[in-house]
Design a protein around this ligand. Structure first.
Ligand code: XMP
Length: 331
């Protein structure tokens, strides 16, 4: 619509004014905010933008390829993909405490990004002067000293405060005035696929906090496949009254890997394999949440597909805990 087109034209002009002929670096995570920021800045300054996509090996199935396909393939943006999965998995070996895992993942993420940004700074002829971030208005409020809704920080969510100073870069935040809904509308208007723009939130530490205890590559591979089946079926099944998919009727849904084995039977044999838990919640603010009353037919389909298609998992459970007292994530 024309209001959004006007808004894009204005934002594009503002970015051009601010940046001039200097270069911009942006950390692409695959999440909505950084994706929309990247698409907007790319619209404004094209190849003056370099995106850095750090793949920590704890992303969902095919996510890295999808991000590259979208930004490098379709938008023709400059994207550097850093495959750091061995580094992350190496440092996570033997670590089972959730907060410790978060610290390691968040810290490494910043290190890898900084190293890559420094490389880009050196190799560009033009002055690399800007670090772009997909900060949106609610982030501004939350970090602005104003009393945040979270009186107690239960979990250290990874953010990158202080990064621009450390890199000697100025901060470019073109989404600072926008609410989430506006960011999504902007993303669609910029040509990003609605499935990407209307995705459930995904935590920075990714599957690292959805594998309980120690993170191992084998666990991550099993979890990725199980989770992909759950998400596919949430997108397939529609509620008969509203016609909406169960993906759209839930606020967040994912699979959790439990590193315990249970007994099962398959054909003539006994199996002794891992367990996963499905989690789906409905919430307006993520501070409280109800577990979603998914249709039994959907749960049945997901369960039988996971057990039949993912060798190594022989039991599927559904999490019926609300927040509080349970949290949405299991770690
Ligand atoms: P909880 O588990 O605290 O989750 O009920 C509330 C929301 O926060 C997300 N979450 C995180 N996001 N880094 C993130 O970027 C984190 O470490 C993290 N921990 C939880 C969670 O996915 C949910 O949307």
């Amino acid at each position: 619509d024309w209001v959004m087109r006007d808004h894009i034209a204005e934002a594009v002009e503002a970015i051009r004014q601010q940046v001039g002929d200097e270069e911009v670096i942006l950390g692409l995570s695959g999440g909505v905010d950084s994706s929309v920021a990247a698409a907007l800045i790319h619209r404004a300054i094209g190849d003056q933008l370099t995106c850095v996509f750090v793949d920590h090996g704890l992303l969902r199935l095919n996510e890295g390829d999808m991000v590259m396909d979208m930004f490098a393939g379709k938008l023709h943006a400059k994207v550097v993909r850093v495959d750091a999965s061995d580094l992350f998995l190496g440092k996570l070996a033997g670590v089972s405490d959730p907060e410790q895992k978060r610290k390691i993942i968040g810290g490494l993420f910043v290190d890898v990004f900084k190293a890559e940004a420094a490389k880009i700074k050196q190799t560009h002829q033009r002055h690399v002067a800007w670090l772009a971030q997909g900060t949106i208005y609610p982030d501004v409020i939350e970090s602005g000293g104003a009393k945040s809704k979270k009186a107690v920080t239960i979990k250290s969510h990874h953010n990158v405060g202080g990064l621009p100073e450390q890199l000697g870069l100025k901060l470019l935040e073109p989404l600072r005035d926008l609410f989430k809904d506006e960011v999504r509308e902007l993303g669609v208007a910029l040509g990003l696929p609605p499935e990407m723009v209307y995705r459930h939130p995904f935590p920075g530490p990714g599957l690292g906090v959805r594998i309980l205890g120690e993170v191992k590559k084998d666990y991550a591979d099993l979890l990725r496949r199980a989770d992909d089946i759950f998400i596919q079926e949430l997108r397939n099944f529609r509620d008969e009254h509203t016609g909406k998919t169960w993906y759209d009727l839930t606020s967040q849904a994912f699979t959790v890997f439990l590193p315990v084995k249970s007994v099962g039977v398959m054909g003539d044999g006994r199996t002794y394999d891992y367990v996963v838990a499905l989690r789906a919640v409905q919430t307006s603010d993520f501070m409280t949440a109800d577990w979603a009353e998914l249709p039994y037919a959907l749960l049945k389909k997901v369960s039988s597909r996971i057990i039949n298609e993912v060798r190594g998992i022989n039991r599927v459970t559904y999490d019926v805990s609300s927040k509080p007292p349970a949290t949405i994530e299991w770690e």
